[in-house]
Design a protein around this ligand. Sequence first.
Ligand SMILES: Cc1ncc(COP(=O)(O)O)c(C=O)c1O
Length: 480
Amino acid sequence: MKPLSRKATCNTHGQDSSYFLGWQKYENNPFDEVRNPNGIIQMGLAENQLSFDILESWLDMNPDAAGFKRDGNSIFRELALFQDYHGLPACKKALVEFMAEIRGNKVTFDPSRLVLTAGSTSANETLMFCLAEAGEAFLLPTPYYPGFDRDLKWRTGVEIVPIHCTSSNGFRITASALEEAYQGARKRNLRVKGVLVTNPSNPLGTTLSLSELNLLLDFITAKDIHLISDEIYSGTVFSSPGFVSVMEVLNGYENTEVWNRVHIVYSLSKDLGLPGFRIGAIYSNDEMVVAAATKMSSFGLVSSQTQYLLSALLSDKNFTKKYLFENQERLKQRHKMLVMGLQKARISCLKSNAGLFCWVDMRPLLHSNTFESEMELWKKIVYDVRLNISPGSSCHCTEPGWFRVCFANMSEATLNLAMQRLKKFVVDSTTNNSNNRSLDHYYSAKNSKKKSLIPKWSLIPKWVFRLSSRDRDRESSDER
Ligand SMILES: Cc1ncc(COP(=O)(O)O)c(C=O)c1O
C-alpha cells in the first residue's frame, strides 16, 4: 500500500522548477553585507521592501490598530472569536475603496461582490475550483508567473495551456496567439474554460494595453468562456502608459453575459509589500461565483486581527494617497537603477512600467539558442556570479535567454553590488571565453534581422528544470 496519496506525491506542484531551486541555492548561501559579503544575492523574489518606513510610521501613529484596541479599549475578545467567512465589513469596504483608488476612481467596487482570501495564491486556486473541472483548461499568455503551475493546477487538476507570446512584438497578446492556444487545447481534447492574465504582468513588468483588453473581452465573448485578471501588481505602476483594469473596459459590457464572466484577483502582497499577512481577494460580478468562493474561503481565511489592522490602515485616505505615490516613485527610481546597471554591462531589457522586476534579455550571453544553454548560463550566474535570477524557461517563455530580475527586495547598495558582479561576469565571459558569442557579434546579427530559431516549448527536455547530480555535488561543496 502506498503511504501517501497521489496528490501529495505527484510533481505538478512545480517545486523542482529552477524558479524554486534558485531560492534553495540562495538559502544555502545568503548574501549579507557584513556576515556573508560573498553570498548569493536574492534577485528571484518579487518582494517590495521599499516602503516599509511609511507603513511603520503609520503604525507608530496608530497604536490601537495593531494593539487590538478601539478608542483605547481592548477588542481582543471580539477579534479572537470572530470567524464569519464573509469577512469584516469594514475591511471589505476599505479594500474595495483602495482598489478603486489605485484605478484612479474610474471604477467602483461593491464590497458584497468581494471575497477575502489568504493571498492571491488562494484566490486563484479558489477561482479554478469555482470555474473548472479537473481536466478542463485555462489559457495563459507566456511568459507567466511560475507559481501558477502550483496555484492553478496542482490540487484542482485544471490544465494550463500556454498562449505563446514572443519578443517580436514585446510579448504582447495577439488574436492569432489566442486562437492558436484555443485550437491547441481542442486538439488535446481539453475543454477551455477561460483565459487568465496578470495585469501588470509578472514577469514582464508591463501593463496590458486597451487593445489587448478589448481583444481578450472579444475572445471570451466569442468562445463563451471566463476571464480572470490577476491585478496583484496594479498599485506598482510607476510610469506611463498607466494601468487600465479590465473592470474599466468591462463597464461597456453591462447587461451582457460577459459582465458575469470577468473576475479580478487582488492582494496586498506586492502593492503594500505584505505577503506575510496573507490578504487577498476575489472580485466577481457573478453572484454564484461569489457565493461559491465565499464558502470555499473557509480553507484560506484572513485572520480577524489582520482584517482589523487593514481596515484601519486602508480607510486612512491620507495614508493611502501618500503611500501609493511615494511607493511608485521609489519603484521608479529602483527600476531606473537596475536598467542603467544592466546597460553598463551592455545588457538590455524589455521596456517596462510596473512591477518589482525587469524582463532581461541575456540572449547575447548564450552559447546557443537553446534552453540547455539558458540553464548553463543560469547556473553560472547562480554559482559563479552569485546572483539568483529566474530563467525564462521557469516562466514558460518560448525563447531561451530571457531572465526575470527583481529590484525591490534589497538595499540600493546590494543592487549596486549585484550590477558590479554582473558587469564583471559579462566582461570576463565575452573577452576570455572563445565559445561565447561576443556581444558585438550578437548585436550585428540582430541588426541584420537574422531569423532566430525559437524552440517549441514541448521539445524542451525535462532535465532543463532539474539539477544534474554533478550540480548537486557542486552545490553541497558550496554550502556553508
Ligand atoms: C501574478 C501573481 N499572482 C499571485 C501571486 C501570489 O501572491 P500572494 O502572496 O498574494 O499569494 C504572485 C506572487 O508572486 C504573483 O506574482
